[in-house]
Design a binder for this molecule. Structure first.
Ligand code: PLP
Length: 380
């Protein structure tokens, strides 16, 4: 099956043996009748497994070209499950420019439990080796990075991970499986905040992991069940429905993203525009190679470089909604320094370019002209 067919049919054989409903039923149940102790039809208790969640997990595995999918109550719950593979004394190397909530989870929860994190810029993959020692277990990569749109060469990082016998996990939330498939590039774990593009309609919070290795899948399933941060059947259904239009939504996100990035670049009140589709983007060549398009996420700074002007622009927007999150059909604007990345200390933020005048756009699938006119009036 090719990708567009997979978004609709992947892993969906026989999801309703009872009546053959085309969409899998929402099995809103906590438990399942047994005919004799232990005699059940594959499901015992909905933390351990629920048929609607299984349908979603199979779809997730299919679109990521993986064997095993696992769905969680949020993206952070999925990341939490990955880090629980490790023990005190273990070390993890992570991209420095990453989602604020991931940074908070790593530094405020797992560092207290004895896991050590190194945050480094990975656009030069060779720098990773300087931080590897006998305690290193995992490399955590986010690409494109949030919010600076750096691109990390997944295949190059994977070579380093394999050479040192480390796991490589990729947060694929921004690109989605439509634009890039990290398992094919050598990653061991691909993670999503399905809250974003996979769900696609800003109506659900959910997270996922996909892996190929059976032993790793068993360990993660053990954690999913033992820690219990699972998603409910209704939420599983919503993401499953979202995935069915992922390919056509992503196409339009990419088209609108390109138009808006070019518009911003030519605007006198805009200083820098961060979007991997520009030829002068420092990682443009890698983006072209590992991604099918450049996506709908764009960051830019105002030309006077002040907090005040950035705040004014986001307040003036009318079609773009000022809100956290991304990846929905509607366009959103955010101010990372005071919103998504407020949990990262200012000095750390500044090092990666998250300055006070930075605005992040999640370009939706509305008419391009309306979006550009909105930015025009807000910047004016
Ligand atoms: C939103 C997001 C997360 C966290 O996911 P939740 O579903 O909000 O818990 C992780 N990584 C990235 C890149 C995100 O955008």
């Amino acid at each position: 099956m090719k990708f567009n067919t997979k978004t609709i049919h992947g892993g969906q054989e026989n999801t309703d043996p009872a009546y053959g409903s085309v969409m899998p039923p929402i099995y809103q149940t906590s438990t399942y009748k047994q005919t004799t102790p232990g005699g059940h039809k594959g499901f015992e208790y909905s933390r351990s497994g629920n048929p609607t969640r299984t349908a979603l997990e199979n779809a997730l595995a299919s679109i990521e070209n993986g064997k095993y999918g696992l769905a969680f109550g949020s993206g952070l719950a999925a990341i939490d499950a990955v880090i629980k593979l490790f023990k005190p004394g273990d070390e993890i190397i992570s991209t420095s420019d990453l989602y604020g909530g991931s940074y908070r989870l790593f530094t405020k929860i797992f560092e207290n439990l004895g896991i050590k994190f190194h945050f480094i810029g990975m656009h030069d993959a060779a720098r990773i080796e300087d931080h590897i020692n006998e305690n290193t277990r995992l490399i955590w990569v986010e690409t494109p990075t949030n919010p600076m749109m750096n691109i990390i060469d997944i295949a190059a990082v994977s070579k380093i991970a394999k050479k040192h016998d480390l796991l490589l996990a990729v947060d694929n939330t921004f690109a989605t499986a439509y634009l890039q498939q990290p398992l094919d590039l050598g990653a061991d774990i691909v993670m999503h905040s399905a809250t974003k593009y996979l769900g696609g309609h800003s109506d659900v919070v959910l997270g996922s992991l996909v892996v190929n290795d059976q032993k790793l899948a068993e360990k993660l399933y053990f954690i999913q069940n033992a820690s219990g941060a699972v998603c409910g059947p209704m939420d599983s259904f919503l993401v499953l429905r979202g995935i069915k239009t992922l390919h056509i939504r992503m196409q339009r996100h990419c088209e609108n993203g390109a138009a808006i990035a070019k518009f911003l670049k030519s605007h006198p009140k805009v200083d820098k525009v961060y979007w991997p589709g520009f030829e002068d983007h420092p990682n443009h060549e890698i983006a072209k190679e590992q991604m099918k398009g450049f996506g709908g996420m764009i960051s830019f700074t105002t030309s006077d470089g002040t907090l005040k002007s950035a705040v004014k622009v986001v307040e003036n927007l009318k079609v773009f909604t000022l809100a956290e999150s991304l990846g929905g059909v509607e366009s959103l604007a955010g101010h990372p320094a005071s919103m998504t990345h407020a949990s990262i200390p200012q000095e750390e933020r500044a090092k990666t370019g998250v300055v006070d005048s930075l605005i992040r756009l999640s370009v939706g699938i509305e008419d391009e002209e309306d979006l550009i006119n909105d930015l025009k009036q807000a910047l004016g």
